[in-house]
Design a protein around this ligand. Structure first.
Ligand code: PRX
Length: 633
């Protein structure tokens, strides 16, 4: 599955475009199927309907676990580093992980879970989170993991949308010196969720929790029951290749987050293949991905991708700055990490602590570096390259999305010549196109446009849960016969791709996707907010910050307190990750005569670039712009 030279990459890429079915069939042969496919691909982007490896049967956990037992049972699958460095780390070999997944799958069965059920997972970054995810997949239950930074309301929205019947959580999560009371947040969410019949609670932080009779059970008690039943194995459920594997909610430019759906066969092939190829993973290498399993990066590149390849994955519970900003490097040294995959926001944050933090850290085990989530600016690229990689580790800048399931545009380590700031070239099987606003393809090099993909790849989303029309509208209706990514891109003279950021109303804050409409809805719920508009602005560490313009005539006489109340409201409705960095009170928003907010103007003001605001003559009240400019933060 790995190409070894740049020439080979070019040949393989050509083949993948000319004969995509033959190309992907050959890749898929590297996986374990209960039954092979009758047809490699059937698709159209109008409905849309995409089916890969049609007729095939499999269970992804047999690929992640069982197939490694014969030769690699004792290879570490997960090396887990706790938040508190004085607590012991844990290592789970493939055999141990297999056994724990089977055991917990039996727990789920005892608690009524079956194929096709939707199960919400809201957990800290402990091995049991990976175990819970894989146990769902073992049974054919569909997991919907919700990141620990989301609020009760966000969880409730997601549980209701997917009609989940079980929640798996923990008493609390430890992140740095903060404790997040996960179970208590779940309790608040479940007030609105009658579909939930069972809550399974792992003990982690020993935070006091309220256990509701008949609904809530302890993870540890349930495991004991399975042990006394003496049935350690749990045969994997046979899944159709297009059966749902998981739902993962993500923000868009309108409305509530949508549940992106990935299915079993195609997703498995794509996550496994891209991991093996882009990182050129070799047996025995230790790979550390700093993401949380609550995001797609954790799904594809902590759990499924690496485990299908029998890799050793370091999983970290804490944050990069606890107990100090050298924590990542301590972990690299402690476990002799070879491949280190992180986000630009983390790199920029750690850079800001200066180089002293690196003194005495042995980073000599590192051979490959990776980045994901937002553009890796040149300054951060060079720091990562010089100070962490010591100039000898390729930086794999992977561009992809929740919807793509895996890497799309990315260098292949030690194969693709690198350019700082560029995600470089599409991986084999990925047919990128640039289009202008009218949907016309922009050919040639040295051009910019909107990034689309014109042919399916196995990891493409299949639908948005419960609302296929929304999937069509969002991704397949903007340009005919193309998947629209929502990103702008530059293709330089060498054909190299540089992602320039979202072209829709989606912000990317510390690598997290946040819809401006979602934040506005939350702001507008505060009793003294009449109206609001949210835009992004450049932020040194986070990439983008959240700037809110708020119309609030009645501030109870205290702007600062009202500002804090408003922030608290956003935190309650969405979660702390969506909190505005800046709130500017304004008497009105710049609107056209038809009532449309002119965000272009607000964006410029937020960016501090007020020299040329463009044509404001169509505004209902041009005077409002002067006032907003004068009060800009
Ligand atoms: O704007 C792109 C940015 O993150 C968006 C996808 O966000 P999400 O679905 O949350 O997935 C993040 C992890 C895959 C994209 O539309 N993005 C992601 N990776 C990069 C990037 N922007 C620039 N360079 C990247 N490497």
């Amino acid at each position: 599955m790995q190409v070894k030279t740049f020439d080979e990459y070019q040949q393989v890429y050509r083949k993948s475009v000319e004969e995509p079915e033959a190309f992907w069939a050959e890749i898929a042969e590297n996986f374990k199927w209960r039954k092979k496919w009758d047809k490699v691909l059937e698709w159209n982007f109008t409905e849309p309907k995409v089916e890969w490896f049609k007729g095939a049967k499999l269970n992804i956990t047999e690929n992640c676990l069982d197939r490694h037992l014969e030769n690699n049972a004792d290879t570490p699958a997960i090396i887990w580093e706790p938040n508190d460095p004085s607590e012991n780390h844990r290592i789970l070999t493939y055999k141990q992980l297999h056994d724990k997944v089977c055991q917990f799958a039996n727990v789920l069965k005892n608690n009524g879970a079956k194929k096709g059920d939707r199960i919400c997972i809201y957990m800290p970054m402990v091995p049991e989170l990976a175990i819970a995810v894989l146990a769902c997949a073992r049974l054919g239950a569909v997991h919907s993991v919700v990141f620990g930074g989301f609020s009760a309301q966000s969880i409730a929205d997601r549980i209701k949308d997917a009609e989940c019947n079980i929640v798996i959580t923990a008493d609390g999560a430890e992140r740095g010196n903060k404790n997040v009371p996960l179970k208590s947040v779940i309790d608040d969410a479940l007030v609105q969720c009658p579909s939930i019949k069972r809550v399974i609670v792992l003990t982690r932080s020993h935070t006091p929790v309220s256990m509701i009779k008949g609904r809530d059970v302890w993870w540890e008690d349930e495991v004991k029951k399975v042990e006394t039943q003496g049935n350690p194995d749990c045969p994997a459920e046979e899944m159709d290749t297009e059966d749902m594997l998981f739902i993962l909610y993500t923000s868009g430019s309108t409305g509530k987050p949508k549940g992106v759906v990935h299915t079993c066969g195609g997703y498995m092939v794509y996550a496994g293949y891209t991991f093996a190829n882009a990182f050129q993973y070799q047996p025995g290498e230790v790979y550390f991905c700093t993401a949380d399993i609550g995001w797609i990066t954790g799904h594809s590149y902590i759990a499924y991708g690496p485990l299908t390849q029998g890799a050793t994955v370091v999983m970290f519970e804490g944050i990069p700055t606890y107990p100090d900003a050298g924590r990542f490097w301590d972990i690299v040294d402690k476990f002799k990490v070879n491949i280190f995959y992180t986000a630009p926001t983390a790199i920029r944050s750690l850079m800001s602590f200066g180089d002293d933090i690196l003194k005495g850290k042995d980073l000599s085990s590192l051979t490959k570096l990776g980045s994901v989530g937002e553009p890796l600016n040149e300054e951060a690229w060079h720091w990562f390259n010089d100070k962490i990689g010591k100039g000898k580790c390729p930086i794999v800048d992977t561009w992809w999305q929740t919807e793509t399931g895996g890497f799309m545009i990315s260098p292949i380590a030690n194969v693709t010549p690198l350019k700082p700031g560029y995600a470089s070239l599409p991986l084999p099987g990925v047919q990128t196109v640039l289009v202008d606003e009218n949907g016309k393809e922009i050919e040639g090099n040295g051009v910019s446009g909107n990034l689309c993909i014109k042919f399916p790849w196995p990891g493409i989303l299949r639908t948005t849960y419960g609302d296929h029309e929304r999937c069509r509208q969002t991704y397949f209706a903007t340009y005919e016969n193309m998947y629209f990514t929502g990103d702008g891109v530059l293709r330089d003279e060498d054909g190299y791709y540089r992602i320039t950021g979202r072209v829709d109303d989606v912000l990317n804050v510390s690598g997290h996707r946040i819809g401006t409409a979602e934040v506005e809805n939350a702001l507008n719920m505060h009793s003294s907010v009449v109206e609001s508009a949210v835009v992004g602005y450049p932020h040194d560490i986070k990439g983008q910050g959240v700037y809110a313009f708020v119309v609030s005539p009645d501030k109870h006489g205290n702007e600062d307190i009202t500002r804090k109340d408003i922030i608290m409201t956003v935190s309650r409705i969405i979660g702390p990750i969506a909190k505005p960095d800046k709130i500017q009170f304004v008497s009105g928003l710049p609107k056209t005569r038809s009532g449309k907010i002119m965000r272009r103007i607000l964006r410029k003001i937020a960016e501090g670039d007020t020299s040329n605001l463009g044509d404001t003559s169509t505004l209902l009240d041009p005077g409002v712009v002067e006032e907003i400019k004068a009060g800009a933060l």
